[in-house]
Write a protein of this length. Structure first.
Length: 263
């Protein structure tokens, strides 16, 4: 019996030694960066809101409980991803975005002070350069997160979007911060980031009519995460982000569940 036990232990040892250990998954506190989809979810003024229809709920004739729903949502509402094709013809759809663009180390560019005093604030090249002067150059494959503080206003559409008016008229009344096109140009010219995210409804500021930052980023296949939340819980550097959208074939955008792993 002892010989059998020793032989088994030796086999297990050889097996373990011959198989490389998988890389450790980032460990740390998990922070949910996504808003819940429900009747209060904020959408672009021209988009229809989230709908959840109960198809079944209750105890069946067979005696067990069963629930099932159908849902409706526009691609670009709530916490979601913009695929490059959203503003760049022929570029990546949601299902074609490489996974390594959606998972990686994150940095947080904090412009809450500027945004609190100016709802139309646009993150400048100077903001990015100041960040790098303090924290070093933004490394390749980093997910850049812009914190404006506007997620604190969710789900009050008037405070979050600048208006609760729906339709085309509402789209003209939007006021929230975004990324200046010059800063977007600087990013794609000087850094090779994985993705960019913001805690407002759009990577361009509310009063944009040409959506230049969208176009600049997406023409280089840099996707964007919009309507993020809880960025105040992340350190300026050191967090790790996993942002996986619904895999919609041919989609220009999709609901996004984004999570940060704190160091």
């Amino acid at each position: 019996m002892k010989a059998c036990t020793c032989a088994l232990s030796l086999v297990m040892l050889i097996s373990a030694c011959g198989r490389p250990e998988p890389p450790a998954f980032p460990r740390g506190e998990l922070v949910d960066l996504s808003h819940t989809y429900d009747a209060q979810t904020i959408y672009w003024p021209t988009a229809e809101g989230f709908q959840l229809r109960k198809d079944a709920e209750g105890v069946t004739p067979a005696g067990y409980y069963y629930a099932a729903n159908s849902l409706f949502t526009s691609e670009h509402g709530g916490t979601h991803i913009d695929a490059p094709i959203h503003f760049a013809q022929g570029h990546q759809t949601v299902d074609k975005i490489p996974l390594d663009r959606l998972i990686g180390p994150a940095v947080v560019i904090d412009v809450t002070k500027e945004s609190d005093s100016n709802a139309d604030y646009q993150v400048t090249t100077g903001d990015l350069e100041r960040f790098e002067n303090e924290h070093g150059a933004i490394a390749d494959d980093t997910i850049v997160l812009i914190r404006t503080g506007f997620s604190r206003r969710w789900p009050d559409a008037t405070r979050y979007l600048g208006t609760a008016t729906r339709g085309e008229e509402g789209a003209k009344l939007l006021h929230f911060p975004g990324l200046h096109p010059d800063a977007a140009k600087w990013i794609v010219a000087n850094r090779r980031i994985g993705a960019i995210g913001i805690d407002t409804a759009s990577i361009d500021y509310g009063q944009s009519s040409l959506f230049e930052s969208h176009r600049i980023l997406y023409e280089r296949d840099v996707p964007a995460f919009e309507n993020l939340t809880a960025l105040e819980r992340l350190p300026v550097t050191g967090a790790y982000v996993i942002a996986l959208p619904m895999k919609i074939g041919g989609g220009s955008g999709a609901p996004l569940r984004a999570v940060a792993v704190l160091p």
